[in-house]
Design a protein around this ligand. Structure first.
Ligand code: KG4
Ligand code: ZN
Length: 388
């Protein structure tokens, strides 16, 4: 076969996305329709609204993905769709549409775990750049609005050559996750608390360079009941995260330093601007707020880097992947690059457009399943809490 053209569809949260990827290594199109504007007035994703927005966007988004790739519906070899984890109603829109399209075209359909998709975003881009030298085992940090997970990833069977490597299935072992809030969720909640709008990660990322990251000291995150040296069920060490404490510490700082009035003063004017620019934020933020934002980001980044590298050392991994929405963060990338270089560990991130939710990662993750003939049964459904 000349290669497998895979149409990926993603609708797990607030992005309606479709993409065409050739054999897990060539991105032919990548269309992402963001629903941010619809959810912004509510300061977060409203599940029912997300489903309705997916329903409106899905047909034009898929049509555009095929047009951008220069492919007809019939020339696609298989469809792939996110099965979970995510918002059930949102997932159901993508799955129903993908099932109907697969049936109408008489093509197979592949169910993909969203978290596996984030990991494959890295592989897709490295292969596209010609990098076929990824060494195993890989430690992947998937860090997004819904997840903060550490996976040890390996091939199911040792590939004999590069073609086999591309098509080889993967196996994942979870060695750490957040005990409470996901890292992206902490960014979003802190931004909301400070009257900065939604989603918080990109705003805090941009504002952080304007404050002093050493101004506010946050205590290191405390893991209640068990610490990260604790053993999991199989007696292996765990590397868990916790981010609800830092969110509470920000709230306490706001109360102690009487920042409520300045928060209320910015909430309304910023909320009235459809797409606030950096200057708009800066105009409405005093230096105390900027220092708080920069210090919060520094604390988040330091914790993510320190825990991930501790896990990398303990598991003696050969390569690090950092992926998911929060991997778009500039300071996080910089600190991971510095810290991994000191350990002599190669670290890979997806490009920023492929860090946040997209369907190219779903199409890429589907390729080994396509080669193995792992197709979804007609009765498969959304799994809001699907595990990897
Ligand atoms: O992967 P993603 O698009 O959706 C989920 O699967 O959750 O991640 C979205 C999350 C949001 O919490 C958002 O605030 C965060 O990623 N995010 C960032 C940045 N860009 C997006 N967090 C920190 N810095 C960024 N530049
Ligand atoms: Zn995601």
């Amino acid at each position: 076969m000349a290669g497998a053209y895979i149409l990926g569809i993603e609708s797990s949260c607030d992005e309606t996305a479709a993409a065409v990827v050739l054999s897990g290594e060539k991105l032919l199109s990548n269309v992402v329709f963001s629903q941010i504007a619809a959810h912004q007035p509510y300061g977060g994703v409203v599940p029912e609204l997300a489903s309705r927005e997916h329903l409106k966007a899905i047909v034009p988004v898929v049509r555009k993905a095929l047009a951008d790739a220069g492919r007809s519906y019939q020339s696609i070899d298989t469809l792939a769709v996110t099965q979970g984890p995510g918002l059930a109603g949102a997932l159901l829109v993508g799955i129903s549409y993908a099932k109907a399209l697969a049936f109408a075209l008489d093509k197979p359909l592949i169910a993909v775990n969203h978290l596996e998709g984030h990991i494959h975003a890295v592989l897709l881009e490295e292969r596209q750049k010609g990098n076929r030298e990824i060494k195993f085992p890989v430690l992947a940090l998937v860090v997004s609005g819904g997840h903060t997970h550490l996976y040890l990833a390996e091939h199911l069977a040792e590939p004999r050559d590069l073609d086999e490597q591309r098509a080889a299935g993967w196996t994942y072992k979870n060695i750490g996750h957040t005990r409470d809030d996901a890292a992206g969720e902490a960014f979003d909640k802190v931004a909301k608390l400070l009257g900065l709008g939604y989603p918080g990660g990109p705003i805090i990322d941009r504002l952080s360079t304007h404050g002093d990251p050493t101004a506010v000291k946050f205590p290191p995150s405390q893991l209640k009941h068990r610490d990260r040296k604790d053993k999991g069920d199989a007696g292996e060490p765990r590397f868990d995260f916790s981010y609800s404490g830092i969110k509470t510490a920000v709230l306490r700082y706001v109360e102690i330093h009487d920042l409520q009035a300045s928060i209320e003063a910015r909430r309304k004017p910023l909320g009235g601007i459809e797409k606030p620019r950096l200057e708009d934020y800066l105009e409405h933020c005093d230096i105390k707020t900027l220092n708080l934002v920069a210090s919060f980001q520094r604390a988040m980044v330091e914790d993510l880097v320190a825990k991930t590298l501790a896990a990398a050392r303990a598991c003696d991994v050969a390569t690090l992947f950092v992926t998911g929405g929060v991997a778009a963060n500039h300071e996080l990338r910089q600190r991971f690059e510095q810290a991994a270089a000191m350990e002599g560990l190669p670290v890979y991130f997806p490009s920023r457009p492929l860090s946040t939710d997209n369907a190219a990662m779903i199409a890429a993750a589907a390729y080994p399943k396509f080669m193995a003939g792992e197709f979804a049964g007609a009765d498969f459904s959304a799994e809001a809490a699907l595990k990897l």
